[in-house]
Design a protein. Structure first.
Length: 224
């Protein structure tokens, strides 16, 4: 586990630099790299900062940790956010961007198709944390938290739009590096639960990333 507590204004830049560093390590070691993106406000600012850093995107495959079952241009689409914050600002071959096709009517088929695109291990997975201690679209009590084979599943979230696709615990556990972004007072209690309570991913799914790199602002770190 690694914790970096910084000013909320500095957090996106600090996190982006670490993402770039980990991807560069992967490129140096294996000649290619993989990155899975999260949705949310703090990740958006991080992606904007990441777009300004030197990185050979032609060798980076970009995936998503979760997606709402909406069209790619829908305002709730994580892909749409990432496109505006990152993809439109960098030079990356379109085949390197692996979008979850949440708009397909058969959500299980969409999940199975996405599994086939994933590498054996993701190099970097960016994760947010919800006030209920969820991460990706793995919510407390979800059946997907007991999955130990499949890497992507259709899930139902408590907030609209409820139908989603999400990486599963095996996908997150196998990642070489999880980078968690936590900012704001509303994240203080779930952050404390994630890092200090006994492991119980059913009640606090974000504990799947407990051993990752945590970027926290002072408000989010206030109960540690």
């Amino acid at each position: 586990m690694e914790r970096i507590v910084c000013d909320s204004k500095e957090l996106p830049g600090r996190a982006a630099a670490r993402i770039a560093l980990e991807l560069t390590k992967a490129l140096d070691e294996r000649g290619r790299a993989s990155l899975a993106l999260a949705g949310g406000t703090t990740p958006k600012a991080t992606y904007e900062a990441l777009a300004g850093l030197p990185l050979d995107w032609s060798k980076v495959d970009v995936f998503f940790g979760d997606e709402r079952c909406v069209p790619a241009d829908h305002e709730d689409s994580n892909y749409r956010m990432a496109k505006a914050a990152l993809f439109d600002r960098i030079t990356i071959p379109s085949e390197r961007i692996h979008r979850m096709q949440g708009e397909l009517a058969d959500h299980d088929a969409a999940a199975r198709a996405y599994e086939k695109e994933l590498p054996d291990q993701l190099d970097v997975v960016v994760l947010g944390i919800g006030e209920d201690a969820h991460t990706a679209s793995l919510f407390p009590g979800a059946a997907a938290l007991s999955e130990n084979v499949r890497l992507v599943l259709p899930v139902v979230g408590p907030k609209p739009p409820p139908q989603r696709l999400s990486l599963t615990p095996p996908a997150l556990r196998s990642a070489r590096k999880c980078i968690v972004l936590s900012s704001g007072a509303g994240k203080a209690e779930p952050t404390r639960r994630a890092l200090q309570d006994p492991i119980d991913i059913v009640s606090a799914p974000i504990q799947l990333a407990r051993e990752g790199v945590w970027f926290l602002d002072a408000a989010a770190a206030s109960k540690l």
